[in-house]
Design a protein around this ligand. Structure first.
Ligand SMILES: [Fe+2]
Ligand SMILES: [Fe+2]
Length: 298
């Protein structure tokens, strides 16, 4: 018996893999896999992502961090020069439609992390281009988590948490596939951004991770706290988010130096990190209602 497809088969970036009516055999399947794996690169400056980032810059919550016009220009120019596979672009477009919060978060942690990496005490440790590429792929695994879980307003059940916490692994697998032989350059932050230096993170509870993952993990938390989320009554203020990050750094979970480089943006003149004083007391209250971290019985 010969198997034939009723409809055309496409890859996520709309690349025709197998035509309708074509008989399916090993050769056709091998060719389809080969086509799906081929990497077509797209420059970010030719996509709507850069426009969306520029639009998001107008949001008041980013004002402190992007107060320097020069730094902003430099970041935009680096971002514009980044090339990403068409498949990742398609994933991002899909996220924009189905998970707008996640999309905005993914595209904005790229310039935020780049800005912190430009702090004079951190500069030189990172390539801005690499930060951009890694950030744009870090939460791609969320695209495979059910909308019901991502958009849930009430506490998640233990099972739903387990599913949500699979997104770093799913992202790792997707990136491995999309980047083919080059995967190891791009898939580690997706896998590591929820790990913590004391081993309390997930999915592998590792204590050692790349500097890129350590920096991006901090920006990831900061942006998640200061943006709208379905499961919270409001957003954390800049100071409220910083309080939480300082606390996490004190517990040995986050890289203190990178947390301090972020705090430096709250000061008029960016201080050097050595000897920088940070108040021991929390100055701002978190939103009144927050279902995050709470576990529902069923
Ligand atoms: Fe994540
Ligand atoms: Fe994230």
């Amino acid at each position: 018996m010969q198997l034939k497809l009723k409809k055309n088969l496409y890859s996520i970036d709309k690349n025709l893999l197998v035509k309708a009516g074509e008989a399916i055999n090993d050769t056709v399947l091998d060719r389809a896999v080969e086509k799906a794996r081929k990497i077509y690169l797209v420059k970010l400056k030719n996509t709507t992502i850069l426009k969306d980032i520029k639009k998001a810059f107008l949001d008041e919550r980013y004002a402190i961090i992007f107060s320097s016009k020069n730094a902003k220009q430099r970041i935009l120019s680096v971002l514009g020069g980044i090339s990403i596979p068409k498949t990742i672009l398609a994933e991002l477009k899909n996220l924009k439609i189905n998970f707008p919060y996640t999309y905005l978060h993914i595209i904005m942690i790229a310039p935020l992390a780049m800005r912190v990496a430009l702090h004079k005490d951190v500069r030189g440790k990172f390539s801005l281009k690499r930060i951009g590429e890694l950030c744009l792929a870090h939460d791609i695994g969320k695209s495979r988590i059910s909308k019901r879980i991502i958009n849930k307003k009430t506490p998640l059940t233990a099972k739903e948490y387990r599913i949500l916490r699979m997104h770093p692994l799913i992202g790792h697998v997707l990136l491995h596939y999309y980047y083919g032989k080059e995967h190891s350059k791009y898939d580690f932050v997706s896998y590591e951004h929820h790990e913590r230096l004391d081993g309390s993170g997930y999915p592998r509870r590792i204590k050692k991770m790349s500097l890129y993952s350590q920096l991006i993990a901090i920006i990831d938390i900061f942006d998640a706290l200061t943006s709208q989320r379905p499961y919270r009554s409001g957003t954390y203020s800049f100071r409220g988010a910083i309080d939480l990050l300082i606390d996490e750094a004190k517990k040995g979970r986050l890289n203190k130096r990178f947390v301090y480089s972020l705090i430096a943006f709250a000061r008029h003149k960016q201080p050097i990190l050595k000897g920088m004083k940070v108040s021991k007391f929390s100055r701002d209250l978190p939103p009144e209602w927050n279902a995050y971290g709470k576990i529902a019985r069923k």
